[in-house]
Design a protein. Structure first.
Lengths: 415, 337, 415, 337
């Protein structure tokens, strides 16, 4: 094909393919990234025009410094009790992740996904939102359920697809759903939840309700068309919704540059729709809490949607099917410049004199023990291999009523 | 009772349900102030306000996605996809989400959503204003697919669809929006007012989803049709001299297998007609079902009369469109077999 | 449903549905819109970082003032000959539109779409790009073909689906395609051409070619997911592509607020991807020319994509199936504050002493006569009603070779 | 010759074609440095450079759309959709564009594009890692749909697909990526190296698109299968004691009607097996075709053994998956009819 081999002139075009700075064997390289100082970012009024908020997309809202001090106008002034609760939620989330990851490795189920390093993002949101606000999560926000005190054992039942699995064995592990907890059924199809969250928020506004919606999507999945339609509809109808991008630097093996992160921030996407774009240190519980609260107040005041980019790092593998050592330096996580969300909140409480290393160890142990005990309970009910579900149940809930062809298939399947 | 076109009947269905249930709202491209490019939502914004009937961005995926969210909230959204040819950007939301949310949440979340789409050819609309994508929905467990063929059915079925607690794909045969068309474009245009089924009650009534109608009784062979093709089938039955039984399926999924089996058991011969491309069209499913249920009653191969396996060609529309002569040829073949 | 009727509290949410300022019967209202003065916008170097170009999204690049003077750094310094050619292209486009619109009304074909008021957008691009750059138009860029001297009669043959229709009667009128003219086959599905243009540009870069791609999309169609994927891929791979948004204020009956135009500009969408966002007066031939040239140079220098918003007004109905008097003031077009692109270029040439009212009238008459004469020729070949195409041709070009099932269908169709 | 798994064979196909034709490039989610989540593109970036094998943003629509643009330019892109379940956002580009560009441009623009997608269940992947959407492609005029069942065929067919001048949907049965699986999960896992068809030439060869393979000759009944189900069918034939003729379709569109008709004319009985949901699945088309072509030779109703009309249920995967016992039951029914 002469067309494709083309004329190689001196001014020839060439294709740019982004690549991360470090691959396995390389030294992790976060040099050249600079962040605003904790406390340095001003806090706008909730009714500030979106146009004036554009620069937030390029900063980073931070409250906690690395010594554990809460600084600046975004500091949310939470009670020590509240923060201890937050810390415990994060510890429980991490302990749960650890155990369930192991359970999969032990063959007790087919699949698991941890949120290691990203616990603040979901736990802070779960605590900043009202309990009846509706969440449209992706698959790495187990912290929301934990912060909302959803029974840990029901999460395990779901993961084991056992007889008490609220989803009747129908869903891949971790694809939770709970109407009660305001936690929308997780989809395996990335980003589909975003316009749904916007629609739910529109319905709430349509109905004169007071509840708002919040949705989460990964840095990688922002590339889906649904991200665009969600922002378009949210902006056009001023939907009371918070759209959270959890930028954990990776989408399976692809670094965030493949999703467009080389050229600008993910928060900046909001600018193009006239949606306030807040960029926050996702490993800073207090900052995530404050930013979520700000966005929620804005939404409740009929001032429309907010886009929040949570800047963080995926500490673990993408899922139990993944081995990150094949595509990134094994020690990259430990070099993450913004630290660990649990360690940082712990440090804050300690610096306030409201927590100690000892208490922390005890809390950690208690979380592990809670998970262990719950795990034993759940395993007594059963794990995946045991096949707890009646064949006939497969044909329920396709429709409200079972139509003739499914009745026929159900009957045949048993014969 | 009033004589209504199919457009008026659909509009009346929306008006009726919106008048009864504040949870019903409707939106889509040009649906609001303008009342839709086919006028199905005319006057609804003026009557019910812009919050209950409004324009949407040109994003079928966004329309479907936000409507799903509204349905999950507890509303009963009715959305319009301007032409069925433009449903593809919404396909993921419909297939991966609307169809599966009840199942994957074990019944906790449900999607009482109605997606209206004008479909089919015969209006010189070319490749992207003429498609019949029904088979792309009938393959998807969790969706119901409904296609009316008269004003009376259109209103009753649309009300059923809106009141249904599952997502319903509601395909509207745009060629017969304004009058029954039997595929004979050499004949004068007939308005709906000349047709019995244009007598439509003003108020609330329903036609059950899942029930076909035998629109012509006959003994010689069975014709399975839906939408515009019902009228083509009726014309073919009249002109052919063959005493055909014409079944208007009205619902494709779940299909009314009883009515089909009863008829084919009686006639022993079956012709299926649709406008969609042939390969893997819904006619394939119908053919399979008929031979599975009526193998021993069949006296001739089941015939399919369909659109060809090509995009819809603008200038050759009338070669593409299944017309009574094509159908009659197939009927002759099954009779002579 | 108690949920949906909801609690109507004092702080109840409410749904915002955008509405245009004026509907039929109202006085057109463009008050409150302010534009930078012609010549006032600086011209950046082509290698300016995208980040520094953000504010161009909120301005409006203008060269011609309303008296016909070309002002400021964007003035492209074109020869009078060149500008007369441009004027003639625009006149021809308008005359062609007039006649073909009428031809449809006379029943000679099924459909037509004019570009009234938007002629500068396509003609200027057609003249600023290299002839072998590849265009991925929407349906309102007939001016590109005319600027590239594509035979008018072939356009008519296509519109009439007659025996000489290059597309064999298969496409709706105006859905032109010409490889020779670098004009990609128009799709009836909005916005699908955008990622295709990006892919073509990537292929050109991959091949070390020098040709770039350009695409056009309406304000309304920017809401499609394909707009987002096009910008994402263009930004990530720095594709040599220009993405043009023709903001003509309307999408059939929906004003641009329904596409998000209430909250910010369409050019601003580029910011979120780190793509330079230029906003230009689409009725100013010189400005469109200069901006296109700038973006083309940038692309050719391997500096990546540009997003251009052409601010204009759709002077005619959406298509022959539309009646705009039903949804907007009948005289809105005549109140458009940025005038008519033909009148403005004409004025410029006159003010240079390079054109006169008389010459203009003659050129107008010549354009009309060219169209008339060509129309007669085309109609001699045939119009839609006559059905020029052999049934069998319907089965060609579905695949390179006709497979058995299409051969069978072809044979049956003839019997 | 080397013994290859299906993954290795597919990798070898890409390597072979990329080595010969600089216009071939491949991209998709995690396809570059990582080599794809199933490793089909492993080492290609290292060997051919990042410009010829690279990661894409998570936008199946963008992947398809840009690949179409590249194909129009003159390249031969091969893209991977990470799981067929995620093809829906790309559906518009594939159906409205790839499939129609040659036709609507009267042959001026063409789309020599290959879209690879792992499909099918049996890996405990739940609803969104298990789907078999082939019927959503077979209904679309302008697309070819290919599904291999062995390493040998996989390589030969993939090379044919890449060299084909039309868009080809290339569905890869992920359950048999690493070994032939006959639906008996109680039996030990068998690697491809134990299977004849894992002997794969290193270099270039093709298997023609549109040609089925009779993988088992038999006189009693015909089983039509593709992908993983070919191995289920083989097991069923062996275990049942019924002398079944097993046809591996390999190409779904254009289907090899001659081979099908020849077999069913001989056996008079036909069972169709696929993993996709039943209603409007490709089995409906096959059933219709068989009865249209072989009506007078058929001695029993054609049976379909398929996935049920439900989403793919995680824990009940093995109830859902068509296994030899289910197939054997259907074979018995057609034999006893
Ligand atoms: C539509 C769709 N495409 C592809 C996938 C496969 N997939 C699952 S997770 C994932 C990466 C997502 O990355 P990101 O959005 O950054 O989220 P993270 O895992 O980092 O939280 C991919 C490609 C999918 N689930 N859905
Ligand atoms: C995917 C898709 N959805 C809907 C349509 C129907 N439609 C055709 S043109 C149009 C309006 C487009 O408006 P805009 O993008 O502003 O372009 P303009 O007509 O103003 O040039 C619509 C909704 C379509 N052709 N394709
Ligand atoms: Mg990520
Ligand atoms: Mg417009």
């Amino acid at each position: 094909m002469d067309q494709a081999s083309g004329p190689r002139r001196s001014n020839a075009l060439s294709l740019h393919v982004p690549a991360p700075r470090a691959r396995p064997g390389d030294k992790p390289d976060f040099s050249g990234w600079s962040f605003p100082e904790p406390g340095a970012t001003p806090k706008p009024d909730i009714d500030a025009p979106a146009f004036e908020l554009r620069d937030y997309a390029y900063g980073l809202i931070r409250v906690l410094d690395m010594e554990g001090n809460a600084l600046g106008p975004w500091a949310p002034h939470l009670s020590p009790d509240f923060m201890r609760r937050a810390l415990n939620h994060m510890l429980l989330t991490r302990a749960f992740d650890e155990r369930m990851h192991r359970a999969q490795r032990q063959g007790k189920t087919s699949f698991y996904m941890q949120s290691l390093g990203e616990e603040a993002i979901s736990v802070a949101a779960g605590m900043a939102l009202s309990p009846d606000d509706m969440c449209f999560p992706s698959y790495r926000q187990q912290g929301l359920l934990i912060a909302r005190d959803y029974p840990l054992i029901d999460m395990m039942h779901q993961i084991y697809s056992n007889a008490r699995d609220p989803l009747k064995g129908r869903q891949l592990p971790i694809m939770y759903s709970s109407k009660q907890a305001g936690f929308f059924t997780i989809s395996g199809n990335l980003a589909t939840q975003l316009p749904q969250a916007v629609g739910w928020a529109m319905a709430s506004a349509y109905s004169g309700d007071v509840r708002i919606a919040a949705a989460w999507v990964g840095d990688g999945a922002t590339a889906e068309g649904d991200f665009h339609s969600a922002l378009t509809f949210a902006a056009v109808y001023r939907a009371p919704v918070i759209i959270n991008v959890t930028n954990n630097q990776w989408a399976i093996s692809s670094f965030q540059g493949i999703a467009g992160g080389e050229n600008t921030t993910f928060a900046a996407r909001g600018i193009g729709y006239g949606v306030p774009p807040l960029r926050v240190d996702g490993n800073d519980f207090l900052a995530v809490y404050a930013v979520t609260q700000w966005a929620a107040e804005r939404a409740r005041a009929n001032l429309g949607p907010t886009l929040i980019e949570h800047f963080s790092y995926r500490g673990g593998p993408h899922s139990t099917s993944d081995d990150p050592a094949r595509y990134r330096p094994a020690d990259e996580y430990s070099c993450w410049p913004l630290g660990d969300p649990i360690a940082r909140l712990k440090q804050h409480l300690i610096s306030l004199g409201e927590w100690s290393e000892e208490q922390h160890r005890a809390a950690q142990e208690e979380a592990a023990e809670t998970v262990r005990a719950t795990g034993r309970e759940a395993e007594k009910v059963g794990t995946l291999a045991e096949g707890a579900h009646a064949r006939a149940s497969m044909f329920d809930d396709v429709y409200k009523d079972v139509p003739w062809h499914l009745r026929q298939q159900r009957d045949e399947s048993g014969s | 009772m009033a004589s209504m076109s199919m457009i008026q009947a659909l509009n009346s269905a929306l008006d009726t349900v919106m008048g009864r249930d504040p949870n019903v709202l409707t939106f889509g491209e040009d649906v609001g102030y303008f009342g839709g490019v086919f006028k199905v939502t005319e006057h609804l914004q003026q009557k019910y306000g812009a919050k209950r009937c409004f324009d949407a961005p040109i994003s079928e995926g966004g329309i479907a996605g936000t409507a799903i969210g509204m349905a999950v909230y507890g509303l009963r959204p009715v959305v319009e996809i301007q032409f069925a040819d433009y449903m593809y950007p919404a396909y993921d939301q419909l297939v991966s989400e609307a169809a599966k949310i009840r199942y994957r949440s074990a019944g906790e979340f449900t999607v009482p959503l109605t997606v209206r789409m004008p479909y089919g050819g015969g209006i010189f609309g070319g490749q992207t204003h003429s498609q019949s994508p029904e088979a792309l929905f009938t393959h998807v467990a969790g969706l119901k697919t409904v296609i009316p063929s008269t004003p009376y059915d259109a209103k009753g079925l649309l009300i059923s669809a809106i009141e249904d607690d599952d997502p319903v794909i509601f395909l509207e045969p745009k060629r017969i929006y304004n009058g029954p068309f039997d595929g004979r474009r050499d004949r004068p245009v007939v308005p709906w007012s000349k047709h019995d089924a244009s007598e439509v009650p003003e108020g609330h009534y329903t036609i059950p989803i899942g029930k076909a109608a035998v629109v012509r009784e006959g003994a010689d062979c069975t014709i399975l049709a839906y939408g515009t093709m019902v009228h083509v089938a009726m014309a073919a039955a009249e002109e052919s001299g063959i005493d055909a039984e014409v079944i208007d399926l009205r619902t494709l999924v779940p299909v009314d297998i009883e009515t089909i089996v009863k008829s084919v058991s009686k006639t022993g011969r079956c012709v299926i007609v649709h406008e969609a491309t042939r390969t893997s069209g819904y006619g394939g499913e119908l053919s399979a079902l008929v031979q599975e249920h009526c193998f021993y009653q069949l006296e001739a191969p089941i015939e399919r009369v369909t659109g060809y396996d090509t995009p819809y060609p603008h200038a050759l529309e009338w070669e593409y469109f299944p017309t009574p002569p094509r159908l009659i040829k197939a009927m002759r073949r099954v009779m002579e077999a």
